[in-house]
Design a protein around this ligand. Sequence first.
Ligand code: GLC
Length: 732
Amino acid sequence: MLSTALTLAAPGAGRAQDLGPGAKSADEQAARLEGQLTLDERLGLTHGVMALPLLPGFVMPPAAIPGAGFVAGVPRLNIPPLWETDASLGVAWIGGRRGDGATALPSGLATASTWNPGQARAGGAMIAREARSKGFNVLLAGGVDLARDPRNGRNFEYMGEDPLLAGVLTGEAIEGIQSEHVISTVKHFAFNDLETGRDFHNAVIGEAAARESDLLAFEIAIERGRPGAVMCAYNRVNGPWACESRALLTSTLKQDWSYPGWVMSDWGAVHGLQSALAGLDQQSGSQLDDKVWFDAPLRAAVANDPADASRLSDMDRRILRSMIQVGVIDHPPVKGAIDAVADEAVARGVAERGIVLLLNRNGLLPLARSVGRIAVIGGHADLGVISGGGSSQVAPAGGPALSLPMGGEGLAATFDLAMYQPSSPLKAIRALAPAAKVTYDNGIYPSAAAELARRSDVAIVFATQWQGEGMDVPDLSLPEGQDALIAAVAAANPNTIVVLETGGPVAMPWLDQVGAAVEAWYPGARGGEAIAGVLFGDVNPSGRLPITFPADVDQLPRPAISAAGLRDDASIGPRRETPPAYDVDYTIEGSDVGYRWFARKGLKPLFPFGYGLSYSRFSYGDLKVGGGKTVTVSFTVKNVGSRPGADTAQVYLTSGAGDGQQRLLGWSKLDLRPGEEKTATVVADPRLLADWDSAAHGWRIAGGVYQIFVGASAADRALVGSALVAPGQLRP
Ligand code: GLC
């Protein structure tokens, strides 16, 4: 029995897409359709299964496609099933559909490093086309949990540490996905910012800090992308499980933000029928939970209380309105082959624009094609490029170049794989430098690698850091002795270039000894070519860090991860005994995530948020700052180098917002020819000038003189200015 009926926001209160002249809105159509459902049909839409025969006793529904999820439809009313696949980086494999490959986008951090909304959108549209060609109509994408900790095992799936950058790019990716009539989620709502103990740790944070950080990222992503569904997270937030948090799912999402779509659970994240009352609309992967709460228990509750019947109708209407809104009913998936060439070109474009040049001493890069002897060392660079493990992992058609088990047990063994996309940096380097003598060494013996480096003109060391869902990395060191390998090679040859293929920030004890370093992230289906293109200058690197690289973990709000090493149960089968909740205290930094924490504490990171070098040079000038209801900043950007290139000038608020926090207000990414100059204009979202006012339940702009700067990173104050801003109050 649900205790009291949920005071519902009017479904469909969100902006409905124009469905053509005279057409009823998606919400009106959904209400009419829902009114025709039988009780069985109503209940059937509210729960689904993980469509993978990975658990004993599970029988695949006949209409299901092997993949993350399946929710039966209502054939009688032409309501199709929900065929659900993971995730943000492409059509995932997770042990199903062997041999049915897909195109791997680079990691979310690579997309975020492009600072290019169009790039994010193109990537989303590409993976949605592939999802449709395999019969799916839902992509469990839109991962936007903020990088509160650089060790989080799933940072590679997400878009970094800043709510504006992450929200905008995630929203664009979602828009791209849904433009192909595939529903996208936004996930994991909310504060699933660590993997350790993810399905029983309790994220603790104050309301104002929450609204100004993780929730703002979701709010912006939802505004821009209008995702058909929101996936609630495994963890607890200030006590309640996220999937039964009335504060999150109803007060914030459905009432304050008027979100019209539906809330689906993460897989194995439902702990009882009370979640429906709190605002959960669909139980996903129900065989991973202790019970199919949204079947018999919900039926009994509905039979006993009309208020519960209206909650059930609301659940169904939300699901149906998103199916109509995104067009999955009128535009069913059409199975067919993927366009691998075109799709890999999209992935390569993201990789090329997402690679960040971190160090380039004496113009070591770009390499001349005339270079004589090149040593290529480590990282399985002869085979391909690494990708991250877990539900987001994409296996290419024809299978990965290499797949190394990383020790998972049971169902986790399906997830814990270090898969290499078959795009070999070695082959790509040889293709761009056909006259060079290019020799590969696997790097397992530093002395042998050093000897090869000694006999070479340049040495390129590929260093990998595998990360995966369900676990965090224990520290920021490169694993498997790669720091020692790099140091040995650099000692043998100062013209050493390090190519990092990492899931997130890493420490670089060898940085002063090497000649150049690039961060290539997990570079996706054509990552080898993208890396080679940057090394030889076919591509002028334009990536900018979406996440701070700390000098060491002592600079972090939590130098040690609580309960480090504790693995969750939810994603690996029906929950065994759930260990007692423990707190992860996000009140330490509050909304000062990443660069804001470093600014508040006056810390110098290894590399700051927004940082990245180019083969060109750019200058900024002619700053103008306007005030009033918000801040408008214009300035010029000039290419003063000798190569065409792209620059991302960033605008930050430094004071006027409460206690002098630093906040990204916007940016401008401009392609410029040598000598070319353009004017950029950034108009700040007023919420970024405001503090959340819990008493007023809204955003409050204090007003006064607000200081800003324009720079090439969070630590580069190239132009400084200020403006008078009027006080104001904004609705939530
Ligand atoms: C996983 C993940 C989620 C994914 C889902 C289905 O445990 O947390 O991101 O979409 O289950 O695979």
